[in-house]
Design a protein around this ligand. Sequence first.
Ligand code: ADP
Length: 423
Amino acid sequence: MTTYFGAIADDFTGATDLAGLLARSGVEVSLRIGVPDSPPANTAPLEIIALKCRTSPVDEAVGETKAALDWLRSAGAKRFFWKYCSTFDSTPRGNIGPVAEALMRALGSDQTIYCPAFPENGRSIFMGNLFVGEQPLAESPMKDHPLTPMRDSNLVRLLKPQVTLPVGLVNRHTVANGPQTLRDRLARLRQDGVAHVVVDAVANDDLTVIANACEGMTLLTGGSAVAMPLPEIWLKQGLVKRRDLKHDNRFEDGPAIVLSGSCSAMTSRQVAAFLREGDRPSLKLDPLELAEHGAGPALEWLSHQDLAMTPMLYATTTPDAVRAAQEKLGTDRAGALVESALAACAVAAKELGVRRFVVAGGETSGAVTKSLDVKRLDIGSEIAPGVPWCFARSGNHDIAITLKSGNFGTEDFFATALEVLET
Ligand code: ADP
């Protein structure tokens, strides 16, 4: 079917998060890893391209997203979405703002919105300030993120240095008055030349208002949740159709592995909970040791494990330990060492027979998926809001893989993920 909606995600967990929420509508969603080499074929009404450009140099991120946009346009997409993290992970250089501005230029659109709110996961925006649960973003554990520490909670202030055109805000009081009021407010801001509009949302109802007011905008930007109501709107307009089968879960025979490169507070609790189960073989990776000895010892360890026990390899550690590693090795090198070690472990695990992969961390998921040479994911059922099981081809094998963004899921996520696939 011709594609109507084309989304570009700045990391892989973000892409599967978006895919999972869109798939709730029953409309077929297809997720491509990287910009496909070949022209569009067998496309779905809702297409997502996952990139790994959250922390890449701005020029590279802009180049990749524009290539993704070209592919989605040639698939027939009429509406576009730039998906980033619900905690607005970025630095004063970007890449959220510069990419949005480049996409707007390419699409000839003069205004877009920014709404990373995800109420089901505790991300809300009020008066332009982003909250993680009850904490302002800059007081949440995101202040210690290894790559994009968030030290301000105000999205207008965060966005301003990232873009060249004016930034504005539509607050919750306006959103609460419904789609027409919001549309009018956006139109007035447009007349004043405000190209980038942060929009408050504290509940799913706000997101429905925003989606209804903005579904006609060529480009929307935000977290996954603001896109969630869009398929229902387009279904009513007859622009997309439901597929027969809502979730296409397939049980992948073969053992499972947990690979965690996220150092988020929630992932730390999830790793601790999995370790508490007691009978799981586990190995902690340390960037300093990886710098000295490479991934060899971890691969050696893995080859001796009973895979039926679902081993876990994790670099997840405390903010202090992350800082210490980064001071010795540099932030990029510390991150890259962990990512490439976990990616190598994923490949080795597959060769040893593992067919189910539970991966924690956005950048980590990018590295693992690339190493497994996965090109396209079919979306299965959600394990937690924004985290579905995905099914893919890796070499000559079918695999199941779930890519969990750092702060998503509840404490028992790893065990739940394995249960969901078996029921
Ligand atoms: P999240 O989804 O929580 O943001 P990511 O995988 O995107 O997780 O980012 C975590 C980053 O931190 C990755 O680049 C990872 O390699 C890096 N990292 C993981 N463990 C450590 C560690 N012990 N020391 C330094 N960096 C680490």
